[in-house]
Design a protein around this ligand. Sequence first.
Ligand code: IPE
Ligand code: IPE
Ligand code: MG
Length: 254
Amino acid sequence: MAIFRSSTREVPADPPSVPRHVAIIMDGNGRWAKQRLMPRIFGHKRGVDALRETVKACDALGVRFLTVFAFSSENWRRPADEVSFLMGLFLRVLDSEIERMHERGIRLKIVGNREKFSPELVTLIETAEARTAANSGLTLSIAADYGGRWDVLHALNRLHAEHPERSGQVSEEDLVPYLAMSYAPEPDLFIRTGGEQRISNFLLWQLAYTELYFTDLLWPDFGQKAFDDAIAWYQGRERRFGRTSEQLQAVSGC
Ligand code: IPE
Ligand code: IPE
Ligand code: MG
């Protein structure tokens, strides 16, 4: 396959029709519940079912990395009872799903700042990651207390601590290994449900050349059909990475 060289990554001239990495902002749980005159937490519970179905759909299609935004750095601003419900739900779901994920060969990663999590949750995260570390199937990354700005600053600070001599002359190649998702290629396809067309401090660095797909569907209503629609949309995109259509066609021999 012909390869363009770029400063940060190698860009295939003919990108595969199945995205290697899908990143999702699972938004709209609260509104989904409100429409049914239920408390917001009911929507969060149903959101877990939608995630389970999406993991299955990614697995079946051959997506290698799925990254979902579960709790942002800014979500601590929500009412205390909702935050505490979400933390409890995260713990319960991790605990109850990990064996099933392991059996299916899923590798689980949790990305974000763990400092504010309870010791019980941190232990469970570490156990779940260790248990699935050697699996070679889909890598499911859950972004929890994650923020794109936190990620870049955290990476810069770690780089500086380890290599103070590079201060003032940091390159992309220096920084990238310190980012929270350095183990994954950058997302090919980003999906946001819930109708908002914003990034909300998700993977700011990594989304630089990702195809952005927005749907009005609320997250608990997202499933196989909605996933297929997003993939079909993705397959119609031309990924130019700054180049022209003509250049791409010349390289792929069209
Ligand atoms: C997304 O759904 C889940 C989290 C942010 C944890 P929301 O809770 O933001 O639902 P809406 O956007 O209020 O409907
Ligand atoms: C983004 O959703 C974060 C998650 C889905 C975890 P929000 O509902 O928090 O985003 P904003 O605040 O409406 O942008
Ligand atoms: Mg929301």
